[in-house]
Design a protein around this ligand. Sequence first.
Ligand code: MTE
Ligand code: MO
Length: 324
Amino acid sequence: MLIKRPPNGRDLPFASEITPRAVFESRRTFIRQLALGSIAGSALFEMATREAFAASAQQLATKANPAYTVADKQTAYKDATTYNNFYEFGTDKGSPARYASAMKTRPWTVSIEGEVGKPMTLDIDALLKLAPLEERVYRLRCVEGWSMVIPWIGYSLSALMKKVEPTSNAKYVQFVTAADRQAMNGLRYPVLDWPYTEGLRIDEAAHPLTLLTLGMYGEVLPNQNGAPVRIVVPWKYGFKSAKSIVAIRFVKDQPRTAWNRAAPGEYGFYSNVNPQVDHPRWSQASERRIGEDGFFTKKRPTLMFNGYDDVASLYSGMDLKKFY
Ligand SMILES: Nc1nc2c(c(=O)[nH]1)N[C@H]1C(S)=C(S)[C@@H](COP(=O)(O)O)O[C@H]1N2
Ligand SMILES: [Mo]
């Protein structure tokens, strides 16, 4: 897939390294034909340029995981990549797609630290190779009342946890995300206490559903969806799924989270999808599926734990109205 040492003597990769082979080859053919004058001016021209220059994301080889794939219709790629929450690039839904290309996602390292026997700093290539990449189609339910169905690529965070060996003091995991003032135009607004941070209890982090996510729709993550690495916790509201992670800290005490700091009465630490516990300002009983349900369609019911009943045992005996 990736050629290790670029024979060009630079640090920059060749197009062939970051481009799917088919696209690269069709680009070469296209350029050759262009040189021969056989395409320019023809109706094929527009098609060929789009084919050769538009799709340039690195494809990832994956194995589908049917056990963690919902049957719901998948959200269109276009919707999943243009309707985003990524406040580091602005607070409206279109801003991440517009501005996130300013973020450089290579080189990128994630530091795994705190209460672990083997702290380590891993770069993206190491993370891509750490465990077999799986495709899992998950529902994502935003606390705002909309949802999507996305084919993510990654592996259980538990695979990484096994490598770093959390100590017996590790009761929680904190995710710290990128806060680069040069690249992230949203950071000049004090909407949240940057960097955006999130957290899970250690058993939630170790649950196989918790996905260390490196791609979606067959490719590496688009920047606006949290490239190059994010977490996806499908039974919790979307804001728990922190994007563009730079550190994973194993800690003794429950960590503060960006949204809990900003509005403690509205966003708790647990934030499990729960149709019976309303947000103080709106109901959480139903949702609108992006790309399917229009504004005049009756909203669809929201499912307890977003439909992931598997996780119920993590909370047995807990009052989920109190621990919202
Ligand atoms: N770093 C960071 N991560 C974040 C956010 C954010 O603003 N910053 N927004 C969250 C919210 S509210 C949601 S709903 C999901 C959206 O993920 P998606 O754009 O890939 O669908 O990302 C979450 N992760
Ligand atoms: Mo969200």
